[in-house]
Design a protein around this ligand. Structure first.
Ligand SMILES: Nc1ncnc2c1ncn2[C@@H]1O[C@H](COP(=O)(O)OP(=O)(O)OP(=O)(O)O)[C@@H](O)[C@H]1O
Length: 343
């Protein structure tokens, strides 16, 4: 389904259509047991300079979606379009050039950085791999991103190795590495969850600054709803491999539409950083098994608003509930609007 978004003159960077990513599970390493349906029919779009947050409980498929978008996992079904062109996952040249246009920042900066390479070598590597042969060009790009990321004076860092830096500095190096090829899209997967509380805000502010200055499209993945309002304009809520609500952040925080979103918000009644991590505790009940997901709406076993005749058997489609908002929940069938539904 085409996404409901504010009309702008910006170009669409990424379109994901009906994406499915499954992982095969084998018993004793060879007997087919089934599939984990980590991503199961996701549509999303993001345009130049836009920041979108993807939120949901641990295990709902956020990282699998990010890694499929990045070409690390191959989708079982569906399309990914980058700047209007469908990606061919089997074409190595296309994928290499695409990966140069997409940056990735993961949770744990230390494991993301090769321990025996100096910071200079780490930052030069993507440019060498992508054929930037002119050394002075590489050095000037490194200088520029290090300035942007406040890794200064640069001479203090270039000869060091990752273990000599703090967690926050390591994450800034990871960010710098993801930017040296001037990407159009950055995926930040829980970029601050393993850092000390004191540097979390600083890193999020840096990502926001880079996003604005470079007009970069950013997908920010988190289980921590309390951080999204600081720099995202839109939010996508993921549950059981699917996206269940899409909304501008402010509207969603003020008036959640999906019962799952509502439960997430209840977990952070006072949205501030001190409440981070609490999302994992709610809503009550277990997240669905992605090997054997419930029929119908995947949230129905935990839902307070279950409608017996449909929720147990039919997957809800995306219902448009207002401009720029959609929700996959049977409460909004037949044109019902949030004001008709009491959550
Ligand atoms: N390479 C893999 N092989 C098999 N199963 C996998 C693989 N990667 C992820 N999964 C499974 O896919 C499901 C979704 O995992 P994923 O890491 O995408 O969720 P997540 O929302 O990012 O969670 P978290 O925040 O804990 O990382 C989980 O059941 C996970 O065990």
């Amino acid at each position: 389904m085409t996404e409901l978004r504010k009309q702008t003159d910006k170009q669409t960077v990424l379109e994901v259509e009906d994406l499915h990513t499954y992982f095969e599970i084998k018993k004793w390493g060879f007997l087919h047991e089934g599939y984990v349906r980590a991503v199961d029919g996701v549509d999303l779009e993001i345009e130049e300079g836009e920041s979108v947050s993807l939120v949901g409980e641990s295990g709902c498929g956020k990282s699998s979606l990010a890694k499929t978008i990045l070409g690390i996992h191959s989708p079982r079904e569906g399309k990914i379009k980058f700047r209007g062109k469908i990606l061919d996952f089997d074409d190595e040249e296309i994928m290499k050039s695409y990966q140069g246009k997409t940056g990735f920042v993961q949770q744990d900066p230390y494991s993301a950085l090769p321990p025996f390479m100096s910071i200079q070598r780490i930052l030069e590597e993507p440019m060498i791999v992508n054929g930037i042969k002119d050394r002075s060009e590489r050095i000037s790009r490194i200088e520029r991103v290090m300035q942007e990321l406040k890794l200064t004076p640069t001479g203090d860092y270039l000869g060091k190795f990752p273990h000599m830096l703090s967690g926050g500095q390591q994450q800034r190096v990871v960010l710098a590495r993801s930017l040296v090829l001037n990407p159009d899209l950055l995926l930040a997967d829980e970029p601050v969850s393993m850092l000390d509380a004191s540097v979390r805000v600083e890193i999020l502010e840096l990502i926001e600054k880079i996003q604005k200055e470079r007009d970069l499209a950013v997908i920010y993945i988190t289980h921590d709803l309390s951080t999204v309002r600081y720099f995202s304009s839109r939010i996508l809520v993921m549950y059981g491999g699917m996206i269940v609500e899409k909304s501008p952040v402010v509207k969603l925080l003020k008036n959640p539409a999906h019962p799952y979103t509502m439960a997430l918000l209840e977990a952070i009644s006072e949205p501030d950083a001190a409440n981070a991590e609490r999302l994992k505790e709610v809503p009550p009940g277990e997240p669905p098994s992605l090997m054997d997901p419930p029929a119908g709406c995947r949230f129905h076993p935990r839902c307070r608003y279950l409608i017996d005749e449909v929720c147990r058997t039919e997957i809800p489609p995306e219902f448009e509930i207002s401009q720029e908002r959609s929700v996959s929940c049977w409460l909004y069938r037949e044109g019902r609007q949030p004001e008709d539904v009491e959550l």
